[in-house]
Design a binder for this molecule. Structure first.
Ligand code: ASP
Length: 470
């Protein structure tokens, strides 16, 4: 017999069906037992009446416990008026079991899956595959899939091309420490993991794709917080022959249509999204991430706001300049003349999209001319040799008819976190890391065998004792 999904059983009254899934709950009522069975579509009630069961099913009747994985054949029956459960999609029927095959038994699970809100995160992360069975995580991860699917469809309709870029790269400074990867074939040399695909997406504009996007994994070796993880995901996008206005418009449309399609119960406070300059935001709200919700307690309110005209540079703490966003941002056309006289006053063609007080996304119009890019590097304190070593490839690319371009990169984890009304991005990432960047389920990071270190020409400076190593 072919398996049917639980929700399909409502249309099969009187028929014999085969279902497969997990025991969500078991209730005993005298000699009879009720199982709420769970599959990806939801719950269905199964009745176990010993006299109706096959001999093998009778044998395991007493043993069956929550989270056992079962294959059950039985007859779909209409429930009596009083037994109808309107909270359940399959609440008008139940399945009278005839035969049960145990696909796999389960140990007692370490925590209740129905409501994980009071369970320590450490246990949930250690048994993440069980935590992911919970209705909360099923909902969050499926919402994430809806959001990403919407983005892909929307952008393809707008003629964007999805292109993968490498993970083993030479670094781009984006304000965080990079993860480093030793090279086996080139002793003493290293790759880094990308903080974002920034340089590659710009090079794809030089390459003539005009509209690029990627659901891109980014890696930043910094201390984790509620809305940060060592690895996280951005909708990375870039466009050629555009102005700042074009980039803002398409992203605004994407967000509005996504909210309408994926989370129709949410209300966007203000369309078009309000815009403030960085200077106005600081003066008026004292932050560049203002929370413009009318009622911050309303989980269905989404207050998007654009913050534009960020300064191009900030203090590097040693009397020099550091990029406020990254070094590839185009200065504001009105401020070019200030680059030499008063660089700290120069605004960039840079913008952030803020949602409910979270920085959702940053972006900019980029520099596409070699000389200007070179000048910015120099202002940032890099000498000619350094520039050549770190960014020679980009400057060279700009010599071959690089088009004007710009883009941005909305953070998918943060976006889904807000849409799911969750307190941290860990709740919307299938396999997240802890605050100290550990994977508790797999036990990563972990020491390597000396031979493996040898292969990549690495010598540990001072052998660390187990406790010291942590
Ligand atoms: N690469 C930038 C970031 O990760 C986003 C952008 O400028 O498009 O913040």
């Amino acid at each position: 017999m072919k398996r049917i999904m639980h929700t399909e059983s409502v249309d099969k009254v009187g028929e014999e069906v085969l279902i497969q899934g997990w025991v969500h709950r078991r209730r005993n009522m005298g000699k009879i037992a009720f199982l709420d069975m769970r599959d990806r579509t939801g719950l269905v009630q199964v009745v176990l009446v010993p006299s109706e069961l096959s001999p093998r099913a009778q044998n395991i009747f007493d043993a069956i416990r929550p989270e056992w994985c079962l294959s059950i054949t039985g007859i779909v029956q209409k429930r009596g008026e009083k037994q109808v459960n309107s909270e359940m999609r399959t609440g008008t029927i139940e399945i009278l079991a005839k035969d049960i095959e145990v696909l796999n038994a389960s140990k007692t699970v370490p925590f209740e899956l129905d409501d994980t809100s009071g369970i320590s995160e450490e246990i949930r992360m250690q048994y993440r595959y069980l935590d992911l069975r919970s209705p909360r995580m099923q909902k969050n991860i499926r919402l994430r899939d809806d959001v990403v699917t919407f983005m892909r469809d929307f952008l393809h309709k707008e003629h964007f091309v999805e292109i993968e870029t490498p993970f083993l790269v030479k670094g781009t400074p984006e304000g965080a420490r990079e993860y480093i990867v030793p090279s086996r074939l080139q002793p003493g040399e290293f790759y880094v993991l990308p903080q974002s695909p920034q340089q590659f997406k710009q090079l794809l504009m030089v390459a003539g794709f005009e509209r690029y996007f990627q659901i891109a994994r980014c890696f930043r070796d910094e201390d984790a917080r509620g809305d940060r993880q060592p690895e996280f995901t951005q909708l990375d996008l870039e466009m050629s022959f555009v102005t700042q206005e074009d980039v803002l418009n398409i992203n605004e449309r994407l967000m509005i249509e996504m909210v309408h399609a994926v989370v129709p119960e949410k209300r966007i406070s203000s369309i078009p999204f309000p815009r403030v300059t960085y200077a106005e935001a600081m003066a008026k709200y004292g932050t560049d991430k203002p929370d413009l919700r009318e009622n911050p307690d309303d989980p269905n309110e989404l207050a998007f706001v654009w913050v534009v005209d960020f300064p191009l540079f900030e203090d590097d703490g040693n009397g020099g300049l550091a990029p406020a966003h990254h070094p590839f941002c185009m200065p504001h056309p009105d401020d070019i003349s200030l680059l030499d006289s008063d660089p700290k006053k120069v605004r960039g063609q840079t913008y952030d999209l803020v949602l409910n007080g979270y920085e959702l996304s940053s972006g900019s119009i980029r520099i596409h001319k070699r000389d200007l890019q070179n000048k910015i590097f120099t202002l940032l304190g890099l000498d000619a040799e350094h520039i050549q070593k770190k960014f020679g490839h980009l400057l060279r690319a700009f010599e071959f008819g690089a088009p004007p371009h710009g883009g941005m990169a909305p953070g998918i984890d943060r976006l889904v976190m807000i849409l799911a009304d969750e307190p941290t991005i860990r709740e919307v990432i299938a396999f997240p890391k802890t605050g100290d960047a550990r994977d508790l389920m797999m036990g990563a990071p972990s020491p390597l065998d000396p031979q493996r270190l040898d292969d990549v020409h690495i010598q540990i400076k001072k052998p660390l004792g187990k406790s010291e190593g942590r």
